[in-house]
Design a protein around this ligand. Structure first.
Ligand SMILES: C[S@@+](CC[C@H](N)C(=O)[O-])C[C@H]1O[C@@H](n2cnc3c(N)ncnc32)[C@H](O)[C@@H]1O
Length: 275
């Protein structure tokens, strides 16, 4: 794949520019991370003392730090953005002495770099994680083919994503004011309108509202998201679809806290098939 086709230069430049905004806004995670992503990744990753974790597209290291907080767990965190790695390193060094997280630059669309990495870390990792990552990648095949090379035979890979059925770019939040005939009072009803799902080309998107510039987002229906991993000899063995369960957020009517029946996340676990 040429660099142009991979979208690597454009998105990497954007991530380098956005990194400080991302780090300031998210810190160790907003409600989506603290309530939905981190507990679910922890449950599916099931990391034990003495195990090795590879966190891909680590951003400012939210997932890497969370998993490294477990006694005896070591994490190698990678990203292609130098600025994201720098912020992750700074935050992480403040917490762990001696360091439990190490960092490396890795572009998940660059097959040469992936092969080189895999040769240096053959079947090394018990757990591989990628949070909010797949939508960044114009092609999932290089990542999918890389995973079995770096996962232990009994290793697992966990990927957290905004739910492709119920979230942007194809789905829109609907808020209605309805009159309750029994009480005469007005009630707010929320629902999701899905206008497109199967074929949505790359779109410009804001990962965080107000970020300095948009990023290219690669939406995939679920079958397209999973197929490259199946083709690479991996099998799906857990899926979680968490939604917020902590009651309505009356202050922000568009908030996903007002959609307890709609999963915000689609988080899945892959294992290697025996060869
Ligand atoms: C939405 S952020 C998620 C960061 C982190 N995993 C989290 O959940 O907080 C996506 C991350 O993927 C990285 N990324 C995007 N494309 C990549 C690629 N081709 N190779 C490696 N990292 C990439 C970006 O630099 C960014 O840090």
């Amino acid at each position: 794949m040429t660099e142009e086709a991979s979208n690597t230069p454009a998105n990497r430049q954007s991530w380098n520019k956005i990194a400080d905004f991302w780090d300031t806004k998210l810190g160790d995670g907003n409600d989506m991370f603290l309530d939905l992503i981190l507990p679910t990744i922890e449950a599916l990753a099931d990391v034990k003392p003495g195990q090795r974790v590879l966190d891909l597209g680590t951003g400012n290291g939210i997932v890497a730090r969370r998993l490294a907080a477990r006694e005896g767990v070591e994490v190698l965190a990678t990203d292609y953005s130098e600025a994201q790695i720098e912020n992750a390193r700074r935050r992480t060094e403040k917490i762990f002495t001696p360091p439990r997280v190490t960092f490396a630059q890795l572009d998940l669309l660059d097959r040469v770099a992936l092969d080189d990495f895999a040769q240096r870390h053959p079947e090394e990792f018990d757990v591989v994680t990628g949070s909010m990552l797949l939508k960044e990648l114009s092609d999932l095949a290089p990542l999918a083919e890389f995973l079995p090379k770096v996962m232990k035979p009994k290793g697992r890979a966990v990927f957290a994503n905004l739910h492709p059925c119920f979230h942007k770019p194809g789905a829109h939040r609907v808020i209605e004011v309805v009159e309750n005939p029994d009480t005469g009072g007005q009630e707010i009803q929320t629902s999701i309108k899905v206008s497109k799902y199967l074929n949505i080309g790359p779109v410009q998107s804001q990962a965080l509202r107000g970020q300095p510039e948009p990023l290219i987002w690669f939406h995939r229906p679920i079958h397209e998201m999973l197929e490259p991993f199946f083709d690479a000899g991996l099998a799906l063995n857990k899926v979680r679809e968490p939604s917020f369960q902590d009651g309505p957020d009356a202050g922000q009517i568009q908030s996903y806290h007002n959609y307890p029946q709609i999963p915000m996340q689609f988080i899945f676990r892959l294992v290697r098939l025996p060869v």
